[in-house]
Design a protein around this ligand. Structure first.
Ligand code: PRX
Length: 643
């Protein structure tokens, strides 16, 4: 580890940064650690608008937490109204580019008007605080408008990524108990319209959904069911411009976002209003060092937590110009992103290691043919970034000038917890470095005892933080067992990590059955459940296989019921099946057929062995509990036959 590179922030960057050196960071950290209530209480007052002040900062009765109780606020108000009596009113809030090349710049004033009108649309459909709505949209400004309109009224939203299938959408609509689905005819991806409304139709066939509101985006044909389905523009035409933001309790449920768990069933992670608002707003300053003149671009889709916190809520609350791009990074050419950076003078770019690796592979000529001089800060999220990708990002995209913030966090954490502060923290490629003020992580063993520096252990967080999840919707017992009972007295992240001699955190990947494909968390159990629903599949085991671009790829081992089918055909069929059941991003890169899966004597599938097979093509270690060693050798040999 001695040879690892260290990149201190440049003096020029630090001079203007919110947190300008390590001493200042340590001072903030100390203050937060010594008196968290005072620390967070003061920040909540200075960073957010309150209709009514809070009476207590923190009520912590593990595993239940309440932040800023007694207070009334509204996140849409914080994102919009509070900027209106300032010079920001005319500033571009959302800068948007559609894949076909259409562009829009929506000012704060205009966004406020659009959100108010759409909130009136929702009101007219009978929606009020406490109701729930599903948003299934492409990356267009109206996706943010829909989210903010819900937040304005106190309607809890759940955004479902447009890449999810109708099956996955259905499960989420049901679990949420949504009365309304907000969608579009489709969106553009690689030059083609991707239908969304047809997936909604399939999903809600047997469900009790009162209203479907459909934005016209691609102009593709859609079926509108009279009485249930309405065009966005028709409803909006009748709506007024004035819709005051609802004063909501600090703990009012803001949104639910489904993420993979350790079983086949996705978990509805619930976030509430004030703590989330504070945490996302603050990290825009601490981590992204936001300045008034920045053009900030986070490439995530609003269907993931990164899109919630760092495309919509954080940037708008902090008064940024946030860029949204609808389509694929490689359409029409591999320089699409770099042309966007040049065209819109993007100064902060936040993306995933998978995207960086995929673009790196195409060669330097693509970024080199564009002027990237506007960039001043780069960010990475979603998976560990390998040093080679970090170096390329730094050198070829940032021209050696731009600090890189490698931000560690999760759907559950709401916002960034571990990251360099770009003016203060020397970076080490591949490390998320140090925790933010108020965040107390540790690397521990099974009993919660810290492991020595340099050793691998479980990453836990030892105190509550404002943006943390509040529960799993409809399953509080699972919330407790999943996050608070694994390691005594701490929040269990599900990640392995080690801390180096400087206290830097190195995230080593998941310790549960989750795998990380292109920065998206996928549950192997969820893919297995999808596979065994196929009529020909007897058993399935899914493991992550190392992949140069996507970090991990889905590799499925299946045994079949008594059938005689060409494996190549059936493999393609099963991959398509998973696309249908979950979505294309979960499609196995590889399906391997076996006579039997390796099991322990008690009948549990030994995934560790399968992981070894896909990683090293051989099996080492203890296999004495194997029911049938021959099964393993056959699986290992199969790879060599196919290679
Ligand atoms: O394993 C960690 C990885 O992504 C997981 C969280 O996934 P998700 O809830 O989908 O949220 C992704 C975007 C916030 C974590 O448990 N992860 C996230 N960021 C990093 C990371 N692994 C290493 N380094 C990171 N910077």
């Amino acid at each position: 580890m001695n040879a690892e590179a260290v990149y201190p922030p440049s003096a020029g960057f630090s001079r203007r940064a919110h947190v300008g050196d390590l001493e200042q960071y340590r001072d903030l950290y100390r203050r937060a650690e010594e008196n968290p209530e005072q620390f967070w209480g003061e920040l909540a007052q200075s960073e957010l608008f309150w209709f009514e002040p809070f009476s207590s900062v923190l009520e912590w009765h593990p595993p239940n937490v309440k932040w800023f109780t007694g207070g009334k606020t509204n996140l849409a108000y914080n994102c919009l109204d509070r900027h209106l009596n300032t010079p920001r009113a005319a500033k571009t809030a959302i800068l948007w580019e559609g894949e076909p090349g259409d562009q829009r710049a929506v000012s704060y004033q205009e966004l406020h008007r659009l959100v108010s009108r759409f909130a009136n649309v929702l009101k007219a459909r009978g929606l009020k605080a406490g109701d729930r709505a599903i948003i299934y949209m492409p990356m267009v400004p109206e996706a943010a408008v829909a989210m903010l309109a819900c937040a304005r009224l106190g309607v809890t939203h759940s955004v479902v990524f447009g890449g999810f299938s109708s099956e996955a959408l259905k499960a989420r609509i049901e679990d949420l108990g949504a009365r309304v689905v907000i969608t579009a005819d489709g969106g553009w991806r690689r030059g083609k319209p991707v239908a969304l409304k047809t997936a909604v139709d399939e999903a809600i066939q047997s469900l009790d959904v009162a209203d479907v509101i459909v934005l016209r985006r691609t102009g593709g044909a859609v079926r509108m069911k009279p009485g249930r389905d309405h065009w966005w523009h028709d409803l909006e035409a009748d709506a007024g411009d004035v819709c005051p933001a609802e004063p909501l309790d600090s703990e009012h449920p803001l949104f639910v976002l489904y993420t993979s768990g350790t079983t086949g069933k996705p978990k509805g992670i619930l976030h509430t209003t004030a703590g989330y608002a504070l945490h996302t707003t603050l990290t825009m300053k601490w981590v992204f060092d936001l300045r008034e003149e920045d053009v900030y671009w986070c490439t995530a889709d609003v269907g993931w937590v990164t899109g919630h916190s760092y495309v919509v809520y954080g940037p708008l609350s902090a008064g940024a110009t946030t860029l949204m791009y609808e389509g694929a990074p490689d359409y029409p050419g591999f320089d699409r992103w770099w042309s966007i950076v040049e065209r819109h003078r993007v100064s902060i770019l936040y993306t995933s290691p998978t995207a960086i690796r995929a673009l790196l592979r195409q060669g330097d000529q693509w970024p080199d043919s564009h002027d990237l001089a506007s960039l001043r800060l780069l960010g990475s999220v979603g998976e560990p970034i390998n040093p080679a990708a970090w170096e390329w990002y730094h050198r070829t995209i940032g021209k050696g000038r731009c600090p890189i913030v490698d931000t560690w966090w999760q759907t559950e954490t709401g916002a960034i917890l571990i990251s360099p502060l770009p003016g203060a923290t020397p970076a080490k490629p591949g490390s998320a470095t140090l925790p933010l003020p108020g965040v107390i992580p540790a690397v521990v063993d099974f009993h919660g005892k810290p492991v020595p520096r340099g050793e691998k252990g479980f990453l836990v967080i030892q105190r509550p933080w404002p943006g943390m999840l509040r529960t799993i919707l409809n399953d509080p017992a699972r919330y407790e067992s999943q996050y608070w009972q694994r390691i005594p007295g701490a929040y269990f992240t599900g990640d392995a990590a080690r801390q180096d001699e400087d206290g830097y955190f190195w995230i080593l990947g998941r310790v549960d059955d989750a795998i990380n494909v292109s920065g998206h968390r996928l549950s192997t159990m969820e893919v297995e459940s999808a596979l065994v629903r196929h009529p020909l599949v007897a058993e399935a085991a899914v493991v992550g296989k190392p992949d140069e671009i996507t970090g991990q790829a889905v590799c499925a081992f299946v045994t079949l019921k008594n059938v005689d089918r060409d494996h190549r055909d059936l493999g393609a069929e099963l991959r398509q099946w998973v696309t249908h059941e979950i979505g294309a991003f979960a499609r196995p890169a590889e399906v391997r057929f076996a006579d039997a899966l390796p099991k322990t004597r008690s009948g549990k599938i030994m995934r560790r062995l399968l992981r070894e097979i896909v990683t090293s093509h051989s099996v080492t270690g203890d296999v004495t509990t194997l029911e049938d060693m021959a099964v393993v050798s056959r699986l290992a040999a199969q790879h060599d036959d196919e290679a």
